[in-house]
Design a protein around this ligand. Structure first.
Ligand code: NAP
Ligand code: MG
Length: 410
């Protein structure tokens, strides 16, 4: 992307104290990543980062050490910003000539940092959600630990007795029949820990308080009386610890059944934090993102119980666009969620390091983005959603970043 001439003098750039842990990634988002830094951040901020290259070739070169090192760095510095990365499958293994199939970097980071993922749509004047009643963003808080993502599974080949068996360290055992198979089938065992659920509940309550929004928590405890029942008990206890602060801020905690919560969410006007177990959060965050308009307008932040934050876009590496880009063609890849990953990390760094100028720059950057779109200038994915009053001017991925840059300088 050709640099625009205009820049500001080095002495006027915002100075940082501590670094942001920068996790670079793959394909089209890696291209956007560099453009965003060059055009929207470096001219204004004397950017301090600790750089980790999570691009697939470097993960392969380092036997994926780079991912665990990056998690360690986030634990140390408190704030990370991550580009989308490829989760390799067999086809990718062939394409990149990988030594082995690596785990998803996001799964590795979540396992290392524990924590909760909060996904919030970026709402822009003129971009209407598909669900017309939604006036305010809905944040989905997904418990990012265990359940089916860390389960043990068995393909049952024929008639068999399946039982749950638990052996305590003191020698006591508990056994329960699951099912008597009279033919082939499938079996899964999953778990969670009180420690992780408490951390999840605390993160959700703290986030709701921070955002001054109601907190919903939904499971299926009528059916899963012990497993989901334990989630509900812990949430009730932790919400109790927060009840005074919730009342002072005029917000509420409410438990509901998952099916009831879906029906109520669709009929609501939005503006709440919706806490969900790992799988429910996985599914419903995609539903909420699409209903809000576009996956490219969805931000994602992992909040760890140790107080660390990792910001990223919710979408992937946009492979199809990357191959167009490699052929020298312009693409209409929407960089908004990646810009917001950077602004989120810069704002948090500003708050933690008492640098109001840095946090104010993050606000300014986000406003420049939403005002650009509100004014009718957008990438092609948003054009069909635009119901604003300005004539639409459709721009390329780099064209959009240039427009935002012009707005930042004006
Ligand atoms: P994707 O990269 O999110 O893209 C799927 C499709 O959604 C794109 O082809 C594009 O549609 C549209 N899209 C997504 N983001 C867009 C944007 N910013 N601007 C415009 N359109 C956008 O998902 P995927 O194709 O399933 O996955 C590609 C790679 O990303 C995979 O290797 C996967 O492992 C990885 N991935 C990473 C993360 C992460 O790091 N957090 C998350 C998900 C997936 P059109 O082609 O119709 O324009
Ligand atoms: Mg999903």
């Amino acid at each position: 992307m050709p640099h625009t001439e205009k820049t500001i003098s080095n002495s006027k750039r915002i100075v940082m104290k501590n670094p942001i842990v920068e996790l670079d990634g793959d394909e089209m988002t890696r291209v956007l990543w560099q453009w965003i830094k060059d055009e929207l951040i470096l001219p204004f901020v004397d950017l301090k980062t600790e750089y980790y290259d999570l691009g697939l070739p470097n993960r392969d070169r380092t036997d994926d050490r780079v991912t665990t090192d990056a998690a360690e760095a986030i634990r140390k510095w408190g704030v990370g910003c991550k580009c989308a990365t490829i989760t390799p499958n067999l086809q990718r293994m062939d394409e990149y000539k990988l030594k082995r199939l690596y785990a998803s970097p996001n799964a590795t980071l979540r396992a290392a940092l524990d924590g909760t993922i909060f996904r919030t749509p970026i709402m822009v004047n003129g971009i209407a959600p598909y669900i017309s009643g939604w006036k305010k963003p809905i944040t989905i808080a997904r418990h990012a630990y265990a359940d089916i993502y860390k389960s043990a599974e068995i393909r049952v080949e024929g008639a068999a007795d399946a039982e749950l068996s638990l052996s305590y360290k003191d020698g006591q055992t508990v056994k329960k029949t699951i099912h008597t198979f009279d033919g082939p089938g499938i079996l899964m065992g999953m778990f969670n820990t009180d420690k992780s659920i408490y951390a999840f509940a605390r993160a959700c309550c703290a986030y709701a308080l921070d955002q001054k929004q109601d907190l919903w928590f939904a499971t299926k405890d009528t059916i899963s009386k012990t497993y989901d029942g334990r989630f509900k008990e812990i949430f009730t206890e932790v919400a109790g610890e927060f009840s005074d602060r919730f009342r002072q801020n005029n917000i509420r905690y409410e438990y509901m059944l998952i099916d009831d919560s879906v029906a109520r969410a669709v009929k609501s006007e939005g503006g709440f934090v919706w806490a969900l177990k790992n799988y429910d959060g996985d599914v419903l965050s995609d539903m909420a993102a699409s209903a809000m308009g576009s996956l490219a307008l969805m931000t994602s932040v992992l909040v760890a119980p140790g107080g660390q934050y990792e910001y990223e876009a919710a979408h992937g590496t946009v492979t199809r666009h990357y191959y167009k880009h490699l052929k020298g063609e312009e693409t209409g890849t929407n960089g908004v969620a990646t810009i917001f990953a950077w602004s989120g990390a810069l704002r948090k760094r500003g708050q933690l390091d008492h640098l109001p100028g840095l946090a104010a720059f993050a606000d300014k950057l986000e406003n420049a983005v939403t005002e650009t779109i509100g004014g009718g200038v957008m990438t092609g994915d948003l054009a069909p959603l635009y119901v604003g009053t300005h004539p639409i001017r459709q721009v390329s991925a780099s064209g959009f970043i240039r427009e935002v840059r012009t707005s930042l300088f004006s």
